[in-house]
Ligand binder design. Structure first.
Ligand code: GDP
Ligand code: IMO
Ligand code: MG
Length: 423
């Protein structure tokens, strides 16, 4: 059975958690393959709200095996807190498995994330300050600490002492920050390691066996296409590859394994953090969307920047991820406005283009070309079939399919798992 992948097509927070929760129903395994606790996935199930950062959203389904792949960076204190939170709500985490090849976010990564942001001043990226960038940098620099080494007390202590010689020098001498005490970290983290050891295993072997046995695997994307290190609005991106291709490197499977790729999007666009945003509405329209859609971050609580839907982005995301279906959320939200717009191309130096330029200088010059639609201005939150949707909503959806070249698989008309239309 071919695997399914869920990815974000914009700048994150498209509502991936909701679809992972829905698709997990028919899956045997749910696997996170990139990012860390910079992610915040909201799931509302029978009125109970869950905000997950590291643990795959499949955990809410009893009996599903939930895996954190090698491509993820794990903050031990955060995952333990998340485990406690789930257990206190009666959710079992017995089926949680963490790759011994995943990397650990250390306290000095978090400190460096904050210090680097401060040093960037006005050109800051607006990171979540969770230590994500510095942890991935160490992975590439080959001084990162993998989970397998983290749970081996001797190797862990040795690596912390070794790393701190350099990290403390950078923290103190470059940024004027406070140095870390190696022994304190070793004591604190050894306690975390003891509690996490039972979840650590060679998850690649588990995934390969699952493939051989014909099990259904769902790969859970975090972040999104335009936060991707290679295809996003670099340098205003995260430090991993959240695109569908990241499944291969972040979970250890070949591309032929992947069957369906669901691209999650909102009926408008949002972004948290800094960086270009061609269709941003830094005005009354953006404020209205923010209030109607409750657009405040799940992880940091920051107000999200809001704007019109940019289908040039979705089209590009469709190509890079090989999308087989779109899931459009917040149709209920956008339908409350009188008139709505979508961007179908850009004008760059007098020419019409339908791609995203790599150069931020060029992207800043891109003028969105908008198509205006009459809205539906009615409550659609209890609609459960495409046929029942207002004519104007259907027109808007069909136009998105036309420009992006991808058919819609699901529509979201509210935050609850039940508030979905399957096509
Ligand atoms: P993720 O990071 O992609 O999983 O998305 P987040 O959970 O960060 O943000 C999505 C927000 O939109 C959450 O508050 C969801 O409960 C909410 N949401 C998802 N789909 C819909 C929808 O169709 N309508 C409305 N009104 N809210 C939605
Ligand atoms: P989910 O999975 C929205 C953004 C940050 C910042 C940039 C870099 O919930 O969609 P980082 O801490 O990763 O170095 O920050 O990336 N960012 C997200 N924005 N949703 C996310 O995840 C994000 N993860 C990172 O706001 O602009
Ligand atoms: Mg989120």
């Amino acid at each position: 059975m071919a695997a399914k992948v869920v990815v974000g097509t914009q700048w994150g927070d498209e509502g991936k958690g909701k679809y992972i929760d829905i698709l997990a129903h028919d899956a045997d395994y749910v696997v996170r393959f990139s990012g860390g606790n910079n992610a915040g996935h909201t799931i509302i199930n029978k009125g109970v709200k869950y905000a997950l950062h590291l643990i795959p959203s499949g955990i809410l389904h009893e009996g599903k095996k939930c895996i954190i792949g090698n491509g993820v960076v794990v903050d031990p204190a955060v995952i333990l807190k998340e485990i406690e939170g789930l257990e206190s709500k009666g959710v079992s985490v017995e089926n949680l498995y963490i790759s011994d090849r995943a990397h650990v976010i250390m306290p000095y990564h978090k400190a460096l994330d904050a210090l680097q942001e401060e040093a960037r001043g006005a050109s800051g990226i607006g990171t979540t300050k969770r230590g994500i960038g510095p942890a991935y940098s160490d992975k590439a620099e080959r001084c990162g600490i993998r989970i397998g080494d983290f749970i081996d007390q001797e190797i862990f202590a040795e690596k912390v002492r070794e790393n701190l010689k350099i990290k403390n020098a950078i923290i103190e001498k470059v940024y004027g920050g406070e140095p870390f005490n190696a022994e304190q970290i070793i004591d604190e983290y050894s306690e975390y390691a003891k509690r996490l050891t039972k979840h650590v295993t060679d998850v690649n072997a588990m995934i390969h066996d699952a493939v051989d046995e014909g099990k259904v695997i769902l790969f859970e994307g975090a972040q999104a296409m335009f936060l991707d290190m290679d295809f996003g609005t670099y340098p205003y991106v995260t430090s991993s590859n959240p695109i569908a291709g990241g499944v291969c490197t972040g979970a250890g499977v070949g591309p032929k394994m992947i069957g369906e790729v669901y691209g999650i999007m909102k009926a408008y666009t949002t972004r948290v953090g800094a960086g270009p945003f061609p269709t941003e509405q830094d005005n009354e329209i953006g404020d209205t969307i923010r209030e109607l859609g409750h657009e405040y971050g799940t992880t940091t609580g920051r107000p999200r920047r809001c704007g019109w839907l940019d289908v040039v982005m979705i089209r590009y995301a469709a190509k890079v991820n090989g999308l087989t279906g779109l899931c459009i959320n917040h149709l209920d939200t956008i339908g409350k406005l009188k008139k709505i717009k979508l961007c179908s191309s850009y004008i760059l130096d007098g020419e019409k283009i339908n791609y995203i330029p790599a150069s931020l200088k060029q992207l800043a010059k891109c003028e969105p070309v908008y198509e205006e639609f009459d809205s539906w201005e009615e409550d659609i939150s209890s609609v459960r079939s495409f046929e029942e949707l207002p004519q104007n909503a259907k027109k808007y959806i069909r136009r998105i399919e036309e420009i992006s070249g991808v058919k819609v698989s699901y529509l979201g008309v509210g935050p609850d798992r039940e508030q979905t239309i399957r096509l």
